[in-house]
Design a protein around this ligand. Structure first.
Ligand SMILES: *Cc1c(COP(=O)(O)O)cnc(C)c1O
Length: 490
């Protein structure tokens, strides 16, 4: 029964007749949905929980669906049991090791599993390289900062022992390395020395890195799976080069391998590829649990050899959930489980690669060996008359068109000095089945077909436009790109 609230003198003015909102629990009958709420400052009294839930859910409703986000390496599917365990640990601050010793124990198991996977020598002093040390970090940036800091410290120690100058450290790497490497150099006053990518070569090579190394080089960063094309840098060749350089000059240059994505792929499907602690100059490795470690975002692992400091993270507090999720995956899948999943991804990768090639609209830029991605760009199109057609659209327009179907397959430009190359990359994650891949290809073809009908410019049209322009004596500066935006092929 609805009663009139006699105590409220304003009743009836702000509410619909006969409706006493205080008694109605329905979210959309509450006044909060009919009033703008302060967005950038605290409101005075807050809102009820169910309203709060709905309002925030609605804010998020326009976001992409994570499963359809083909740009990201980050895990979008885990088993419900893993979710449960991770949810249970939401209130655990990992850093309180006395109160939550199980989290530390689980982290140590994960570190040990990875150390073994990366062929770290297990006995102190063996091969003169010491015990493996590892830690979970909040992010890849933190992991890489730590690895690079260890290189810098070791370099300083070596130089100081010889009474040499330590004021001008540098780090040698390819320009395709992740932005966190640049950050490290800026934050910790290290000069960055790059090998730049170019058309046809999207990775640094040992030969190109070598001349950049000198006595002030703290180390070389090698990437196992670049973010642009998924390619593995040849860490074995880099190691052999560093060996030579060190032997010749009496330096102690070491390598950090950024294996954020490749660190989980290589051991399972390319076990013979030597990129890890089997190589004598590899001092540290980082890997992202939230990429091919198959855990929801927030966990990275770092392994060092011969480090003396044990409490080495930059960040203090962090949740324990991701560490627990990682251990769940290790225990649940074992070596064989990870291998099976990655072999499935290879099937999907090959199928997508082939289908994209068959469209004849694209050139594939990702290599056959690497992390499971397909990177590609539009090719120059030849019309049925054999003459070149000028596309009036690019990879960015194609990305927009695909977004209409829900796919997030963004276009991007290659790293500095090769940024004239536009490309797209499909990241194949655990939850992409062949069925989903086939649907993607259908949608990709449809998008291309639509763009071709609406935005193509034939040689004939170019000629006609040229004539028109010269007749009207217009120079190229008045030749506005708007003239071209929607041109139908004849
Ligand atoms: C993803 C990635 C990073 C950084 O990881 P985030 O999850 O984006 O913080 C660093 N290096 C490489 C090679 C990566 O693929």
């Amino acid at each position: 029964m609805l009663t009139r609230d006699e105590r409220s003198p304003t009743y009836g003015q702000e509410h619909v007749e006969g409706n006493v909102s205080d008694f109605i629990e329905s979210t959309f009958a509450s006044r909060y949905v009919a009033e703008p709420l302060p967005r950038y400052q605290l409101s005075e009294y807050g809102v009820p929980a169910h309203v709060c839930y709905q309002l925030i859910k609605d804010v998020r409703a326009l976001d992409a669906t994570p499963k359809l986000n083909l740009a990201s390496f980050v895990t979008t599917w885990m088993e419900p049991e893993a979710r449960d365990l991770m949810q249970d640990a939401l209130d655990v601050n990992y850093v309180d090791t006395d109160e939550y010793p199980s989290s530390t124990e689980i982290q140590n198991r994960c570190v040990s599993i990875l150390a073994k996977l990366y062929h770290a020598p297990s006995v102190a002093g063996e091969e003169g390289r010491g015990d493996p040390v590892g830690t979970a970090t909040v992010g890849s940036s933190e992991a890489i900062m730590l690895g690079a800091l260890a290189l810098k410290k070791a370099w300083q120690t070596r130089r100081k022992a010889k009474g040499l100058d330590t004021s001008r450290p540098n780090l040698v790497m390819g320009r395709e390395t992740h932005v966190c490497w640049e950050k490290f150099c800026r934050y910790f006053d290290v000069e960055e020395r790059y090998v730049y990518a170019e058309e046809g070569r999207y990775c640094a090579t040992a030969e190109l890195l070598e001349p950049l190394i000198d006595e002030n080089t703290i180390g070389v960063a090698a990437v196992l799976g670049t973010t642009f094309t998924g390619e593995f840098e040849d860490v074995q060749a880099i190691d052999a080069m560093v060996d030579r350089v060190n032997a010749k000059n009496g330096w102690g240059v070491k390598i950090h391998v950024d294996a954020a994505s490749g660190g989980f792929i290589a051991p399972f499907i390319y076990p013979d590829l030597e990129w890890d602690f089997r190589l004598s100059n590899v001092a540290s490795i980082n890997v992202s649990g939230h990429k091919y470690g198959l855990v929801y975002p927030g966990v990275f692992m770092e392994n060092y050899l011969g480090s003396t400091e044990r409490s080495i993270t930059l960040n203090f507090s962090k949740g324990a959930s991701q560490i627990i999720g990682q251990y769940y995956q290790f225990l649940r899948l074992g070596f064989g489980g990870y291998r099976k999943i990655f072999l499935n991804l290879e099937v999907v990768r090959k199928r997508l690669r082939r289908a994209i090639q068959l469209t004849e609209h694209f050139e594939i830029l990702s290599p056959e060996v690497g992390v499971p991605v397909v990177a590609f760009r539009l090719t120059t199109l030849t019309g049925s008359d054999g003459k070149p057609h000028h596309r009036m659209y690019d990879e960015f327009d194609l990305a927009d068109r695909l977004r209409m179907r829900g796919w997030v397959l963004p276009a991007y430009t290659m790293c500095p000095n090769a940024e004239n190359i536009k490309l797209m990359r499909i990241t194949i994650r655990e939850d992409m089945s062949v069925q989903m891949a086939d649907q993607l290809i259908i949608d990709l073809k449809n998008a291309i077909r639509w763009l071709d009908t609406h935005f193509i410019f034939t040689a004939e049209m170019a000629e006609r436009m040229q004539k028109k322009l010269s007749l009207e004596r217009l120079d190229s500066s008045t030749f506005n790109s708007d003239d071209f935006t929607v041109v139908r092929p004849c």
